[in-house]
Design a protein around this ligand. Structure first.
Ligand code: GCW
Length: 713
């Protein structure tokens, strides 16, 4: 009998080692296997002093305990005083801390910043984690745990970190019925029906992981908004979430439906200049703050894709934003007003956000940020930076990235997005001369703004591993890390994430980094090389459909974007075309305006190029296009090969999962290549050059494929 029990226990433990469902994300805290490192850490962390005093400090301590328990197998007792400890966690100012850091140093940490410093206390080496506020301590603790998780030396620490961006936010496009717009990881994690009484453990874990990378805000609801979220019935539920998130430094925001005064307020109008409407929002704001005293504010999509907005009453976007700003201002709330607008009348969708918002620069209230998508169209695999970023010197602009892979292979393709985010952040707008990067625009430093923000559309759902693709987690991680410090490199972020998520084994770190770092260029190449964009299937955006032209609005159809004809392909946005280029600073225009010198990554974004045009490689455009599509497929095959080399080095469950997903990605990359080339070939009328692979099917076959139930629509 006893033997059976032991056997079952062994089986159970064995199963544990080999199975990893991904739920823990990057906060895995497994016992460190490297014995000498383990012993060293244990010696260095033998006695901990954690000064207490608030819910945030107490969750920070809980996390430290959890981390040390898991990683080092030690459960510490809080040491009797700071003097006896080897790790001291204490806020500044304080007599003890004052001996170690100067007031000037403490001042530099501002809000949320922290410092980790090794010092000698009574002859022994001691580590201090300090900050000016509770949140800084929380972030310092997570940073310290990351050092242990990634096996860094903690012998002589001198770390000073202050976030580069103030509002670091996830935007959930989650509906009240739990359906997630463009969500590929199951249903919404917010179980609105069961809230506020049922408080899923997931909510706490969500807060923990976000805090671990510095995310300090969450917009709970879809920008295609539902006014019901603003009713008492739902505010009770929102309050429950806000209460769970608060100790982790996370504020809750909601999307505000512009027509809410009519829909739930019984008014006849939502005109932002009408007193009754303004009062309604004021009262609504007061009511919300009654439930959630630290409510963050509203995110608004107005007069875009059928959403109501101020223009319904012949008012401007500024009139709408300012009305909400006035309502939130007494409570220090903010408005994130989206610039994602486009109407069917413009000759080029690229230009519309600028056309609508540029004239309003300087007209927004102080607590309004304009939230701008990274590119001018819509989260394509590659976009040039939105011209808005160099054109609104009097308005704080915040970044909107998209983590969920609406146009990047959805839930099944491995695409590490940090290189794409970096490409945008490092782009130079030349707003105030050379060096006016997008990063400096959004962190507020270029134009001296007090508020700054970076948001990203979440890729989270109720799948056990949160993001469906195990590597989708890396994008969530990257958003947090980049919003915290936009100078971090993409590969640095990848390495950190791999070490925490998979393993510190150098082979795993090196190979996964290679896979991740090639993955973005791969998706660009097998979907939309050389500056092609928006040639995905209509509606669900799944798979290639460059031929699609059936939607009522031209700018919803792929043919609008690639403009292929027998002469060539691409959208002429120079002076001879829509002249969208004129929205950029002259130095940027110069980079793009000449077909011969334009970076070929962006070529078809700005030029209609002849099939015979000689590319930098010496090939014709047509041949180059074929080679690029093939390169994309080849990259995925390399990713598969590298991943297979990790067999036995990462847990079986995730190894198999990624293996299967990469097989889907390879199949779909081939599909993309073949469908697009078969179609574009009807214009170029040229063969696919040797030795490239040829499509297995006819164009008619690719055109016949239909996916009525593709997810995320
Ligand atoms: O990318 C498009 C999506 C819509 C989305 C919209 C937006 C929330 O296809 O699903 O709606 O952008 O950003 O508002």
């Amino acid at each position: 009998m006893k033997k059976t029990v032991v056997f079952i226990i062994i089986l159970f433990l064995f199963g544990q080692v080999n199975a990893e469902n991904g739920y823990r994300l990057w906060l895995r805290y497994d016992l460190i296997g490297n014995q000498s490192l383990l012993q060293q850490y244990r010696r260095q962390l033998a006695a901990v002093y954690f000064s207490q005093g608030s819910p945030t400090l107490s969750v920070a301590e809980k996390e430290l305990r959890k981390g040390l328990q898991g990683l080092l197998g030690i459960s510490y007792k809080n040491s009797s005083g700071a003097d006896n400890a080897c790790l001291v966690i204490m806020k500044s100012p304080n007599n003890f801390v004052n001996q170690i850091i100067s007031p000037a140093e403490a001042f530099q940490l501002k809000e949320e910043g922290f410092m980790i410093r090794t010092f000698r206390n009574k002859g022994k080496s001691t580590i201090l984690i300090t900050a000016n506020d509770d949140k800084g301590i929380l972030y310092g603790v997570y940073c310290f745990l990351r050092l242990l998780q990634t096996h860094q030396s903690i012998q002589a620490l001198e770390i000073k970190e202050v976030p580069s961006i103030q509002l670091r936010i996830l935007d959930h496009w989650d509906n009240l019925n739990r359906f997630v717009e463009r969500g590929y990881a199951g249903l919404s994690i917010w179980n609105w029906h069961e809230l506020p009484d049922y408080r899923d453990k997931r909510y706490t874990d969500y807060a923990r992981v976000n805090a671990s990378v510095g995310i300090n805000g969450t917009v709970l609801t879809n920008v295609n908004a539902n006014a019901n979220i603003l009713t008492p019935q739902y505010l009770e539920k929102v309050k429950a979430l806000a209460d769970i998130f608060r100790p982790y430094g996370i504020k809750v925001y909601l999307t505000a439906r512009f027509s809410a005064p009519i829909e739930i307020g019984g008014l006849r109008t939502a005109d932002p200049l009408q007193e009754a409407v303004r009062n309604w929002w004021k009262k609504k704001a007061d009511e919300i703050y009654g439930y959630i005293p630290d409510f963050g504010g509203f995110l608004v999509k107005a007069n875009s894709e059928g959403q109501p907005g101020p223009q319904d009453y012949a008012r401007t976007q500024a009139d709408g934003a300012n009305m909400l700003a006035d309502a939130l201002q007494p409570h220090q709330g903010i408005v994130m007003w989206r610039a994602f607008v486009y109407s069917p009348d413009s000759d080029d969708r690229f230009k519309q956000a600028y056309e609508e918002f540029h004239p309003l620069d300087g007209q927004f209230k102080k607590n309004v940020l304009i939230q701008v998508k990274n590119g001018p169209i819509d989260f394509q695999p590659r976009e040039p930076f939105s011209p808005m970023f160099g054109a609104m010197p009097k308005t704080p602009l915040m970044m909107e990235f998209q983590l969920t892979q609406e146009y990047l292979g959805q839930g099944t393709h491995l695409v590490f997005e940090a290189p794409m985010f970096k490409e945008c952040l490092e782009a130079d707008t030349y707003e105030k001369g050379k060096g006016s990067t997008v990063a400096k625009v959004i962190d507020g430093s270029l134009n001296n703004f007090e508020i700054s923000g970076m948001a990203a559309v979440a890729n989270i759902g109720n799948e056990i591993n949160w993001t469906n693709h195990p590597f989708g987690q890396a994008n969530w991680y990257a958003l947090g890390r980049l919003a915290w410090d936009h100078e971090l490199s993409a590969s640095q972020i990848a390495r950190e994430w791999i070490r925490q998520t998979f393993s510190n084994d150098p082979a795993v770190v090196e190979k996964c980094t290679r896979i991740m770092m090639m993955s973005h260029e791969a998706v660009v190449n097998y979907m939309t090389p050389l500056g092609l964009h928006h040639i995905m299937n209509n509606g669900h955006h799944y798979g290639p459909a460059p031929w699609a032209h059936s939607l009522p609005r031209p700018d919803w159809n792929p043919v609008y974007y690639h403009r292929a004809d027998t002469m060539g392909i691409g959208f002429d946005r120079t002076k001879t075309g829509s002249n969208a280029l004129s929205q950029y600073a002259p130095a940027v225009q110069k980079q793009f305006e000449d077909i011969h010198t334009c970076n070929e990554k962006y070529l078809l974004w700005f030029h209609h190029v002849s099939w015979q045009h000689t590319m930098h490689s010496g090939r014709t455009l047509w041949d180059e296009l074929c080679f690029k599509y093939q390169e994309g497929v080849d990259s995925v095959r390399s990713m598969q090969k590298i991943w297979k080399e990790l067999k036995g080095k990462v847990d079986r469950e995730r190894f198999n999962q990624v293996n299967m997903l990469l097989a889907i990605q390879e199949k779909e990359a081939v599909w993309w290549r073949d469908a697009c080339l078969s179609y574009f070939q009807t214009f170029s009328r040229q063969p696919i050059p040797e030795p490239l692979e040829k499509p297995k099917h006819t164009l008619a076959y690719y055109q016949s494929l239909s996916f009525p139930y593709a997810p995320g629509n």
